[in-house]
Ligand binder design. Structure first.
Ligand code: TH1
Length: 831
């Protein structure tokens, strides 16, 4: 972190073009950046040049605040939150930074005066897709809220050269294209080539005697790779605070390279460079199931080791001795992906900084806190002991030692209960021995939390029951939240304006509870009209966007029924499809019935190796093709798949939705955050009692939420009694005919086998109980259609949904972390 004084302004012009917020300053700054950084004139500039100049002009204004923040944090030795996450799904920066700087209008006017189309400039930005879905996006929302709440913090992660793949749809199938997001440069990051740490892999450990004749351990690695810091400033909304997102890029270690060169192995040295760089090359595109690949473990250790070394460096630069490390830093582990940090901090404190075990452990276990994001067994990370040992021999010794101390404690508390000891061990011994990363994270942390009330209960009573018995006070809930800056102000400026006008202030943007002020106007017919107009305008925009991208034309008067999220069987996109097929069959059977028109909109990526998810995408597109081209349907229902659902495209979707599909099997979706984004934009939810849906329903009122399906308890009971999906298929004639229609080949040009893997799985296994919830879902969808007929009433429900979403701001979530878990204070930086 540069601690240099911000340079004295040489003269008024320079000051104003770099940092001034007036229209003139922005225009001059923009033209200067275009000329001096891009080497372009206005006349020859490409749209991308214009975007870059706008980005630099915006960044200039952030950097001054950044230096101020860094200086303040340093001189106050501020307690700092380090958010360790393998994913940060940031979305485009430009529009968001303009909102947080408070200069959207000025910048828009400045652009118009220069004869530029500002929306087109903003649309030029390629988003950094450094995450898969909810977990990565949560990290990005938390960064926004940490800065807005003025809490000193650093986000640590990986600067993947390729983020989440770009999705195209070809012949109805998902096709993955590599995401070369850095191709045209990244104006938001600042490389820090001098902030560089060596990361060791492989080799062996040996014991030696130090100067005081103490036995110490030394790790002699087989490979050393450097991590280089790339910093992105994260500005808070309406504040001077700028926090840091520090992402690590892997490079060949200079010292290693030199060795190879010395022995004349020039070719080998170049090869080592290429191999080193593969570590930060690409994000693993699996949302929940684990890949279990060696490179993934190398990635995890890579960013963890760099981050902990960086924190130790900062400790020496600010406070001094390491004894107060746990007072200076708190580290939040975003799922188990960074949980090697526990062993790495122990290693650094003992092997590099001379501490004995007890002192090192006392610090370590007070530094870490761990968030669990899933109960799905396939997402719980374990690494085979043999792979772990080969890559991280020293860390395996440390894990064993942590385990030995820990299990001694368990044995003392639960004398003779060796079955419990076996379950709680950091090492799974059934079959191939494996390191349990979740157990390591729990043992190494002073706080563990789930991400919604229901999920946190299930964490305590199922996944970590033994640990909860052992350390009941260690377990917490912090219900997720999302940032209203990006998901309301940036995504839906029309709605944001209407809310501010209705409430008489824009205070709700920093204090989302203030949305309650809308309730007083929920019956006001003037507001109803404007509310409806805002929604229709967003639907028109989305319809135009989708027409352009997919050729499918939607009717803005239809219910926009949207399911946008990763494609996964537990999220049950196929349950939604069965309802669509039901609607189709009903129209075919009685073409003249009075139906509410609907547009069914899907978006989401499937993990490239997840066959069933990819087949679901194919089926969505196959059903769309038949329905959209059937003259008898005549546009009454339409189905469209939005290709490449990501943060940027999502911003078109949330404002336009009338109905939000949150239909996972109860107990499977830890929280969900898309549910919040839709509801904040005035969509009503059709959903199960899963994840944060439970709390959303509590907040908005059960009369403003379409609930269906089994509860998590009922799911458990049903499974214990023995679930037989084929009985539902046999007994429910409509369900049977919907599934049979898929098997008939109607949607696959006569191919009766194409979708068999999916339909067979539903009828014979159905692990996510689609068939058990089918009837309740169809009935609930019928209620939705009836409710939509009463426009007044629907609009009132929509207003109440928005008015009561205050709880789901990520600001509230971060306040809870700060107060109950981190014990951190705000450090305001004035403007
Ligand atoms: C998601 C959860 O599925 C979702 O319910 C939750 O809202 C979100 O995290 C944020 O808390 C998860 N994403 C991942 C990604 C990976 C591994 C586990 C999870 S859980 C790679």
């Amino acid at each position: 972190m540069s601690m240099a004084q911000s340079p004295e302004p040489l003269d008024v012009d320079r000051e104003s073009t770099r940092t001034g917020m007036s229209k003139t300053a922005l225009k001059q700054g923009f033209l200067d950046n275009l000329f001096y950084i891009q080497g372009r004139f206005r006349e020859v500039a490409t749209p991308h040049d214009l975007y870059m100049a706008a980005a630099y002009t915006t960044r200039d204004r952030i950097l001054e605040r950044w230096i101020k923040s860094a200086q303040h944090y340093k001189s106050n030795q501020s307690r700092t939150v380090c958010y360790l996450s393998a994913e940060f799904l940031l979305g485009p920066h430009l529009a968001n930074n303009l909102v947080n700087l408070g200069i959207v209008e000025t910048a828009t006017e400045a652009a118009h005066e220069l004869g530029l189309d500002f929306d087109a400039i903003i649309a030029e930005e390629e988003e950094p897709g450094l995450g898969n879905g909810g977990l990565g996006r949560l990290a990005a929302c938390f960064m926004d809220s940490l800065s807005t709440l003025q809490i000193p913090s650093i986000g640590y992660g990986i600067r993947y050269e390729f983020g989440i793949f770009d999705q195209t749809i070809e012949d109805g199938w998902q096709v993955e294209k590599s995401d070369n997001w850095l191709r045209n440069g990244n104006p938001w990051e600042i490389p820090r080539p001098k902030i560089r740490f060596p990361v060791f892999y492989g080799g062996y450990t040996e014991q030696y005697r130090d100067h005081d004749d103490r036995t110490r351990t030394r790790w002699v690695p087989a490979q050393i790779i450097d991590g280089v810091a790339y910093d992105t400033p994260i500005l808070g909304y309406g504040v001077g605070n700028v926090n840091l997102l520090r992402l690590w890029k892997a490079e060949a270690s200079e010292s290693f390279d030199f060795q190879a060169f010395n022995v004349g192995n020039y070719y080998g040295a170049v090869h080592a460079k290429i191999e080193a760089e593969t570590i930060s090359k690409v994000l693993y595109p699996n949302d929940e199931p684990e890949a279990g690949k060696e490179l993934r473990l190398k990635q995890q250790f890579f960013f963890v080791s760099c981050s902990i070394q960086d924190m130790i460096r900062l400790q020496f630069n600010t406070v001094g001795p390491l004894d107060s490390f746990a007072e200076k830093f708190v580290v939040q582990l975003n799922d188990t992906h960074p949980s090697l940090a526990v062993a790495e901090l122990m290693r650094l404190l003992m092997d590099e900084h001379d501490m004995d075990w007890d002192r090192a452990w006392d610090i370590t276990h007070r530094v870490f806190c761990y968030t669990n994001h899933t109960l799905l067994p396939e997402a719980l990370e374990t690494w085979s002991v043999s792979l772990f040992e080969r890559l991280l021999p020293r860390h395996l010794e440390i894990v064993y030692e942590i385990n030995r101390h820990f299990l001694d404690e368990v044995r003392i508390r639960f004398l003779g209960d060796e079955e419990r000891v076996r379950r709680m061990s950091l090492i799974a011994e059934d079959g191939e021995r494996r390191v349990r990363m979740a157990n390591l994270a729990v043992v190494g942390s002073r706080a563990v939390n789930g991400v919604a009330a229901l999920h946190s209960e299930l964490v305590k009573t199922t996944l970590f029951k033994d640990f909860h018995d052992f350390w009941p006070d260690r377990f917490h809930n912090v219900t997720n939240g999302v940032t209203p800056r990006r998901f309301m102000v940036v995504a839906n400026p029309r709605l944001a304006r209407l809310i501010s006008e209705t409430c008489g202030s824009d205070d709700w943007i920093r204090d989302l509870g203030r949305l309650r002020d809308l309730e007083a106007h929920a019956m006001d017919s003037g507001l109803h009209e404007r509310w409806h107009a805002v929604k229709i305008a967003a639907k028109r925009d989305l319809a135009a966007w989708l027409k352009h991208r997919t050729g499918v034309l939607l009717d803005p008067e239809a219910i926009f029924d949207v399911q946008a999220k990763r494609i996964h069987e537990y999220k049950r996109q196929h349950l939604n499809l069965l309802h669509i097929i039901r609607c189709y069959q009903r129209i075919k059977q009685s073409p003249n019935q009075d139906m509410v028109p609907r547009a069914f909109i899907f978006g989401g990526k499937a993990a490239p190796g997840y066959f069933m998810a990819k087949l679901i995408i194919k089926l969505i597109n196959a059903v769309a093709e038949v329905i959209n081209n059937d003259p008898q349907i005549n546009g009454f229902i339409r189905v469209v798949f939005m290709p490449d659902f990501n943060v940027k495209n999502g911003q078109h979707l949330y404002p336009a939705a009338n109905l939000s599909e949150q239909i996972s099997l109860a107990g499977k979706e830890a929280s969900g955050t898309g549910n919040m984004k839709f509801s904040m934009n005035g969509a009503l939810t059709i959903g199960t009692l899963d994840g944060a849906n439970v709390e959303i329903r509590e907040e908005v009122g059960k009369e403003n939420f379409f609930l269906f399906g089994m509860s998590a308890d009922e799911v458990g009971q049903h499974q214990r009694e023995g679930y037989r999906p084929w009985e539902y298929y046999a007994r429910d004639a409509e369900l049977k005919s919907d599934i049979d229609l898929i098997n008939s080949g109607l949607f696959s040009h006569g191919d009766t086998q194409l979708f068999r893997p999916l339909t067979d799985r539903l009828v014979n296994q159905d692990p996510f109980m689609v068939l058990a919830d089918y009837r309740a879902y169809i009935a609930c969808q019928d209620h939705v259609a009836e409710a939509y007929r009463d426009h007044q009433h629907w609009t009132r429900m929509s207003i109440l949904n928005v008015a009561r979403m205050g709880k789901f701001s990520s600001d509230r979530a971060i306040r809870e972390y700060a107060e109950h878990i981190w014990r951190t204070e705000p450090h305001p930086i004035g403007l």
